[in-house]
Design a protein around this ligand. Structure first.
Ligand code: PMP
Length: 358
């Protein structure tokens, strides 16, 4: 029960539930879309060096080194970059301070959007995905609210073409369009270039997936300088030192290691293709994922049964209970060895369930 001192305005808030991190045994973790690879060797070397001794000092509130590295990577001005404690923080601020008329997002998308909308008491319009889980931008016509679109979307993994994103932006010049690109490095097309042309778009990205830094908590927003100034204002009014020293160092070095970034993300893409083919050959159906996860169902095995049977075999994936997606599991693409273990376990599960896949 809530404390009697807890503000009643938050009594009905349903908090975000992160993917489980059980400690009862060793699991192959394919449930929170982390990278199977360590961060860039440059990061590991620097953090293992004397960086820790500087922790007695506050971090740089302007995150200028990381900001510069991000600006260099995208060839944009640093005034267009805001650095955050995980991309969740960037999303949080955009819900908090850039959504005065309310928020609009899909029925099937990143689960934190509805939590932020509740937390900040935003009037929200839920826009259902089409039957094939696609986003149709016509469905956003006439909604006078800040739009949040995960592109690629989660947990479906599907992309909306950049031409459609641009259409959404130009059709709604007085609405802010937030494009959450947490998974864009695995096959999507970034909308960062559109922030040079339009002042009503904000792109949110993370170091958690394609840069192997989920535990460091680092993300960023790219938008026109006026939006960035607003975000800075919120940061200096909540937590000025939002990015710690070790994370800032890790972020700068990982952004600078283009070669490692390309090598690891390309391996994930290869492993995704391999796993999708293997699962398809076993009768699974799946969306066209452009992310580091795949979204699958089997016509003869319930989503829950597959989830539980994998768990029993030490493999964690993410199962959702929403009506439209309860037959699906979201499986993070890991190393080739992890994917082979997934397929071996799947063969056993299908055999035990009496599913004949030739
Ligand atoms: N957006 C989407 C679509 C996500 O799936 C996630 C990861 N859970 C995030 C944002 C947040 O990631 P992080 O806070 O680790 O940057």
């Amino acid at each position: 029960m809530d404390s009697r001192f807890f503000d009643s305005g938050f009594a009905s808030l349903e908090a975000y539930v992160p993917g489980e991190q059980p400690k009862d045994r060793k699991y192959i973790k394919l449930n929170t879309n982390e990278s199977p690879f360590p961060p860039s060797p440059a990061v590991v070397e620097a953090i293992n060096g004397d960086a820790a001794s500087l922790l007695r000092l506050y971090s740089d509130p302007t995150s200028s080194d990381v900001k510069q590295a991000i600006a260099d990577f995208y060839g944009i001005d640093t005034a267009k970059v805001f650095v955050t404690n995980g991309s969740d923080e960037g999303l949080s601020f955009l819900f908090m301070a850039f959504s005065e008329k309310g928020t609009a997002f899909a029925d099937i998308t990143y689960g934190f959007y509805s939590v932020f909308a509740d937390l900040y008491h935003k009037d929200t319009t839920i826009v259902p995905l089409r039957g094939d889980f696609s986003i149709n931008i016509d469905d956003y016509d006439g909604i006078d609210k800040t739009v949040f679109i995960a592109n690629p979307n989660a947990p479906t993994g599907m992309i909306l073409g950049l031409d459609m994103i641009e259409d959404l932006i130009t059709r709604n010049p007085d609405r802010l369009i937030v494009v959450d690109e947490a998974y864009v490095d695995f096959g999507g097309e970034s909308a960062v270039a559109l922030t040079e042309k339009y002042d009503n778009v904000a792109v949110v990205q993370t170091f958690s997936k394609s840069r192997s830094l989920a535990g460091a908590r680092l993300g960023f927003v790219i938008a026109n300088p006026a939006i960035i100034a607003g975000l800075e204002k919120i940061k200096y009014s909540t937590n000025p030192y939002n990015v710690n020293r070790l994370t800032a160092l890790a972020g700068k070095l990982s952004m600078g290691d283009r070669e490692y970034f390309d090598k690891t993300r390309n391996t994930i893409i290869e492993n995704r293709t391999w796993t999708m083919n293997e699962l398809r050959a076993r009768g699974f159906e799946m969306t066209d994922s452009k992310t580091n996860f795949i979204f699958v169902r089997h016509p003869e095995l319930s989503g829950e049964a597959y989830f539980l049977a994998l768990r029993q075999r030490g493999i964690l994936v993410r199962h959702f209970t929403g009506k439209r997606i309860c037959e699906y599991n979201r499986i993070t693409v890991g190393s080739r060895e992890e994917m082979e273990a997934l397929i071996a376990a799947t063969d056993e599960i299908l055999r035990e369930a009496g599913v004949n896949h030739g």
